[in-house]
Design a protein around this ligand. Structure first.
Ligand code: AKB
Length: 318
C-alpha cells in the first residue's frame, strides 16, 4: 500500500484532504503532520506527527521512518499573514518546499502535490481570463514564494525526474476548517457571520472580484490532477478555477437567504493585494489535459455552505 504524507494537515485544505485520503488508502497509510494540533474529528485514527517543515532533519526523518511514497505538501503561510511577517512566509513556503523536495528525491518519494496560488500573478498580468502562460510578477512575499516554488518544482522534475504536480488555487471556500491569514478569507468569514446572525465587516471593497472555488471542487481538482496520465501533462502547475464573483454579489446571495443580514465594507491593506490579483482565470489547459470541470456555481456553493454551517451550529460547534 502506498504510504502518504500530508503536511499542513491541520489547515483548511489539509484537514479535509487527509480525511479523503484516509478513506481511500486506509487510516494507517496516511501520515498527517502539522506544527499545530489536529483540528478534524478522528485525526488520531491514523498517524499524527508534529512537524516543522522548515527543519530539514525532521522532514527527512518522517519520510524515512514511514517509507513515504507520495507527499501532499500543504504547509504554508498565506498572503495577508505573509505581509505581516515576510521572513516567516519565506522560511515556511520556500525553505519548507525545498526541504520536502530534497528529502523526497533522496528517499525515493515518487509523487508530490503542491499548491501554488493565483498570488503568482501581479499588477502587470492580464486580470481577466488570466492565461496559463503569462507574466508572473507578484507584489506580495506570498506570491514571490509561490513563483519560486513553481520554478523549484519544475527544476526537480526536469533535473531529477520527480513527479511534482500543482495547482494555482484561487480562494478556497469551505465549512469545516477556516482558512487563516489569506486575502480571500472574507468569502468564508461572511458565511460564519450570516449563520451566527451577526453583521459582517468586509475588508475589501464591494466591487472586488476574485476567483474562488468551493472545497469539494478543490478536492476534486487535486484528485483528478494526481490521477492524470503523466504523458498528458503539458505543465507541472496548472491554472484552475471554480467561480468568480464580486464581494457584494456574495453578500446579496446571502441576504436573499438570510433576511436582515447586514454587511458593511471597510477595506484594509488586503485591498491592495486583492487588486493585484486576477478577476477571472483561464483554466482551459487543465480542462484539456486532465478533464477539469468544477461542479459549483455561486448559488449552489452558497446553498451548500449555508446548509453545512447551519448543521454545525445545530450541533453547537459555532
Ligand atoms: C490567500 O488569500 O492568500 C489564499 C490564496 C488565494 O492563495 N487564499
Amino acid at each position: 500500500m502506498t504510504k502518504i504524507l500530508v503536511t499542513g494537515a491541520a489547515g483548511q485544505i489539509g484537514s479535509e484532504l487527509t480525511q479523503v485520503l484516509r478513506r481511500e488508502h486506509g487510516d494507517e497509510n496516511v501520515v498527517a503532520t502539522d506544527i499545530k494540533p489536529p483540528r478534524f474529528p478522528g485525526a488520531e485514527a491514523g498517524p499524527w506527527v508534529p512537524l516543522d517543515v522548515t527543519d530539514r532533519a525532521q522532514v527527512e526523518r518522517v519520510i524515512q521512518e514511514f517509507g513515504i511514497a507520495e507527499v501532499y505538501h500543504l504547509a504554508a503561510v498565506l498572503s495577508a499573514s505573509g505581509e505581516r511577517d515576510p521572513d516567516r512566509a519565506w522560511r515556511v513556503n520556500t525553505e519548507g518546499l525545498y526541504n520536502v523536495l530534497e528529502a523526497a528525491r533522496r528517499h525515493g518519494v515518487r509523487r508530490i502535490f503542491w499548491p501554488s496560488s493565483i498570488a503568482v500573478f501581479g499588477p502587470k498580468t492580464p486580470r481577466v481570463n488570466t492565461p496559463q502562460d503569462t507574466i508572473l510578477a507578484p507584489t506580495t512575499m506570498y506570491g514571490i514564494t509561490k513563483v519560486v516554488g513553481e520554478l523549484l518544482c519544475e527544476y526537480y522534475h526536469r533535473r531529477y525526474g520527480l513527479d511534482v504536480r500543482g495547482l494555482r488555487f484561487p480562494g478556497i471556500i469551505s465549512s469545516a476548517t477556516p482558512p487563516g491569514g489569506g486575502t480571500t478569507d472574507y468569502a468564508v468569514e461572511i458565511f460564519y457571520a450570516a449563520v451566527r446572525g451577526e453583521p459582517y465587516t468586509c475588508f475589501v471593497r464591494p466591487d472586488t472580484v476574485l476567483p474562488m472555488m468551493y472545497m469539494p471542487d478543490c478536492l476534486k481538482a487535486i484528485r483528478l490532477l494526481m490521477a492524470a496520465d503523466p504523458a498528458r501533462l503539458r505543465y507541472r502547475i496548472y491554472n484552475v478555477t471554480g467561480l468568480s464573483f464580486a464581494a457584494e454579489e456574495l453578500a446579496r446571495e446571502l441576504q436573499r437567504r438570510v433576511p436582515g443580514f447586514r454587511v458593511e465594507y471597510r477595506p484594509d491593506f488586503r485591498q491592495d493585494i486583492a487588486d493585484s490579483w486576477p478577476r477571472t482565470i483561464d483554466d482551459s489547459a487543465a480542462r484539456e489535459d486532465w478533464g477539469w470541470k468544477p461542479d459549483y456555481d455561486l448559488p449552489r456553493m452558497v446553498e451548500a455552505m449555508l446548509a453545512a454551517l447551519r448543521e454545525r451550529r445545530a450541533r453547537g460547534e459555532l
